[in-house]
Design a protein around this ligand. Sequence first.
Ligand SMILES: Cc1ncc(COP(=O)(O)O)c(C=O)c1O
Length: 448
Amino acid sequence: MSLLEADLKYIWHPAQQMKDAEVFPPVVIDHGKGCYLYDIDGKEYIDIISSWWCNLLGHCNDEINAAIKDQLDKLEHVIFANFSHRPAIELCQELLPLLPEGLKHFNFTDNGSSSVECALKMAFQYQYQSGHPERQRFMCLSESYHGETIGALSVGSMDLYARIYKPMMMNNIHFDGLDCYRCPYGRTRETCDCECFVGAEKAFAAYGKETAALIVEPILQGAAGMRIYPPEYLRRLRRLCDDYGVLLIDDEVAAGFGRTGKMFAIEHAGVSPDILCTSKGLTGGYLPMSLTITTEAIYQAFYDDFKTHKAFVHSHTYAGNPLACRAALAVLHIMKRDDILKKAAEKSIYLHEKLDAALGSHSHVGEIRHIGLINAIELVEDKKSKRAFDPEKRIGWHIFRKAMDLGLVLRPIGDVIYFNPPLTIDEPTMDEAVRRCRDAVHAVLGND
Ligand SMILES: Cc1ncc(COP(=O)(O)O)c(C=O)c1O
């Protein structure tokens, strides 16, 4: 049996219809280096989506590899309740000055969804222990995505992921958020005055008093199709939360670690959350780890004599895994030493110009929105009316397939194809990725 035959026989891959594999089988990857992946036949692919947005500094980075190998010979894992270790302690010390103001207590979890679960429980219990047991609900924006465990799914608003499971979910408040490309008020990004904020105001007026926390993807709603929204919207959300005594949970799982040009995306708005979730880029995309980071005020609401039973009883077996912490320490070291954010900012201008020149005027490219190195190409049937393609045509998926033939990993979000590359990508790789992307779009949608 070949590797591929065995894969298809046994493996149930995530987030795909397995029957699609009959015509588009999984690509068996053998190794990776930098922005490149190589399959078992030696074919090369540019990983322009950073392997689900997590690979931050390239595959098989020599320094991160060395840090993990060094740690492996010292301590691979240890229980984190009542125990600690140097890599976790040092990681908190290194991260502290990079965080939005006021965040200083770190809870270790092991993937983005579990950091969201941790944040929700922390917010709920904080309100309970602060004299607000009536605050039992959560608010979120339409088209938000916070992961796929039941709690995280309950604060997500994307039907694609949540529809079937609705009977299992918490009764949260989903208010109309943002769609800047198809602004219902007819505004452009330049003329926007956050008119759509009225959705948040109405939700707070109706449910603010029964809400424990609002959770938000800062600046960028990733899974909704890399929707980018103005910092002012986030600033106003912070104010509303303060006015109503609602905590603000900042889900930086996708947007953190420089993806939007800042270390954490909420910095664009110049405000701080009460709780911040981070994962993905935290370990450079090497190992599953996440952090839920909070303020002194929240920490203190749990800190008391044992007999008060106020402790946060939430745990994961692999919390604080030392190998993941060493990977994260290596990432922070490289980012600082090599001025990665500054260099990525320069590259981001170059990449957007190249993509715009290659595809901006195409009749089926509605817009190419961008922030940091993220560029999202919204494909539409009709550019003038912004009418979407019939989803049954699976345009994005066909372009993905073509791009794979051409050696580019361009896994789409519906009919949005996007670049979200490692921050270390170089100009020749960007040029080649843009070329392959353009050729894939032309092959499916024609040249003009
Ligand atoms: C904003 C956001 N939150 C949470 C998650 C869930 O992270 P994970 O897939 O590690 O559970 C994701 C994943 O893409 C995400 O984009």
